[in-house]
Design a protein around this ligand. Structure first.
Ligand code: BES
Ligand code: MN
Ligand code: ZN
Length: 497
């Protein structure tokens, strides 16, 4: 367990393995405010950094020995680039890179020259997210793995209300993100739909959140043909989870829905072998809902939130659904399954209909829905779609304040006819070009027009198959968690229209 705390002790006396300082590209100097290091130490540090060629460019990491100038044996200078264009995301990323570069070290202190709430939150967030590691499934190689830091200090004042609250929020949100990453990284053999349901119960243990789980028999009783159809090819039966956080006095309800495919082989419309392993991340939306519920309850956000997690394993077993099958969703829509690999929308159809039936003020879903998302927006930017435009743009604006890369996309009306089926109300595949928007157009059929609904396609951003960067590790990223929490908070305080 990592602890992160604020300290007012003089920087020179801090008993840590490394002191992290920010330097800028102009002067290799601290950003602003009073010098955190005594003048003579600072001059010497600058001289040494100059000698080893540190430039202060954004993200650059330079280690120098402290040679007794401060108690910490090592100084890590992290480049902040041009301070005039420094923003909180850059602060989060540089804090993340600095901490990540120290894996294997026990403790570090981050020197902040002008601490205030937002800056402390950004630094703590970057540090806690950059410090993440997943070693649960290592065997003989476990002892050789560099461990995350145990203790992170940030220079600031624990007596300052704004800084203290900011730090606590960062702790809670990052705990949720790291839990979401764990769920995503857990191999599909160890995370069946039943285990997803257990993870939901586990995540909110001791918190005022009521969890209800439907098994196969329960789903059949409800008439959730989408979840059942997708799950029927697997030996691990599907589940639907409902999580309710109802603080006293809350008026509006936010519904969160997350796609929970524990593994997506494609089913009978099977996927190619290459990169199929990444389909363990196809429950990233579910992970975001489960862990955001935990964060929202821990933060005591004064808004009612209901989380919905439809979860199934998409396998080509002997009982699997076939292309050409027609299923009936919870709300009575019939769907012709033309491609069993377009399964996310089938399980979401049931869950969206159930969520909508309760008449929430807003529904936001997150799903690794389409490969087309990465074609449209790349691997790091999620798509935001929905209706009306105001709801979509309100959630998008919240995502920006939360620090997640997202962009809004339309649901062009001409896409809906491409989903027409000759035998059922709708087919589960349609126009291939702009496939991310076709996915959204499908989902739109299952949400009544009068309920604002926003869909986040997080297919690329949920899972980093490249190397780690900034505060983002390899593997599960925890995408959508911060946006979910931000939307709940903004609905509570009226920022969201
Ligand atoms: N889980 C996939 C989408 C996906 C692909 C997520 C790559 C992350 C990385 C989804 O279930 C899927 O297979 N979608 C199909 C839809 C198509 C058949 C209309 C796709 O994108 O090819
Ligand atoms: Mn699929
Ligand atoms: Zn899928």
């Amino acid at each position: 367990m990592t602890t992160v705390s604020l300290t007012t002790a003089p920087v020179t006396t801090l008993d840590v393995d490394a002191l992290i300082i920010g330097i800028t590209s102009e002067a290799r100097q601290h950003v602003d405010g009073p010098p955190a290091l005594p003048d003579e130490v600072r001059r010497e540090v600058d001289r040494m950094l100059e000698q080893v060629g540190a430039t202060g460019k954004l993200g650059e990491i330079t280690r120098i020995p402290s040679e007794g100038m401060v108690r910490a044996p090592m100084i890590v200078a992290v480049g902040l680039g041009d301070v005039r264009i420094l923003d909180y995301e850059k602060v989060r990323r540089t804090a993340g890179s600095a901490i990540r570069s120290l894996a294997g070290v026990n403790s570090a202190a981050i020197v902040v020259t002008s601490p205030d709430g937002p800056r402390i939150e950004a630094i703590a967030t970057g540090a806690l997210l950059g410090n993440y590691a997943f070693h649960d499934f290592r065997g003989v190689s476990a002892p050789g793995q560099p461990l995350p830091l145990e203790r992170i200090l940030i220079t600031g004042s624990p007596r300052d209300e704004a800084q203290r609250t900011a730090l606590e929020r960062a702790r809670i949100v990052c705990d949720a993100i790291c839990r979401a990453r764990d769920l995503v990284n857990t191999p599909p053999s160890a995370l069946s739909p039943e285990e997803v349901a257990h993870a939901a119960i586990d995540a909110v243990e001791g918190l005022p959140v009521r969890v209800e789980v439907w098994d196969e028999a329960g789903l059949a009783e409800l008439g959730c043909g989408g979840i059942l159809g997708v799950g029927q090819g697997s030996a691990n039966p599907p589940r639907l989870v409902r999580m309710e956080y109802s603080p006293r006095g809350a008026r509006r309800t936010l519904a969160l829905v997350g796609k929970g495919i524990t593994f997506d082989t494609g089913g009978i419309s099977i996927k190619p072998a290459q990169h199929m392993d990444a389909m363990k991340a196809d429950m990233s939306g579910a992970a975001a809902v489960i862990t955001a519920m935990r964060a929202i309850a821990r933060l005591r956000v004064p808004v009612r939130v209901v989380g919905w997690v439809p979860t199934a394993e998409n396998m080509p077993g002997g009982r699997a659904q076939r292309p050409g099958d027609v299923l009936t969703t919870y709300g009575g829509h019939t769907v012709e399954v033309l491609n069993t690999d377009a399964e996310g929308r089938l399980i979401l159809a049931d869950a969206l209909e159930m969520a909508a039936e309760e008449g929430p003020y807003l529904i936001v879903d997150a799903a690794t829905l389409t490969g087309a998302q990465t074609i449209a927006l790349g691997k790091r930017t999620s798509g935001v779609m929905g209706r009306p435009d105001e709801a979509r743009d309100g959630v998008w604006a919240a995502s920006q304040r939360a620090g997640e890369l997202m962009w809004h996309m339309p649901i062009p009306e001409e896409l809906r006819p491409s989903l027409d089926s000759p035998v059922a109300d709708i087919a589960n595949i349609g126009e291939r070009m702009g496939g991310m928007m076709t996915g959204a157009a499908f989902l739109a059929d299952f949400v009544p027009e009068d309920i604002p609904w926003v869909h986040l396609d997080i297919a690329g951003p949920a899972y980093n198959d490249g190397s780690a960067y900034g505060y983002t590790p390899k593997g599960g990223t925890g995408a959508a968690v911060r946006t979910f929490v931000q939307v709940a908070e903004e609905m509570a305080d009226g920022t969201l229209p």
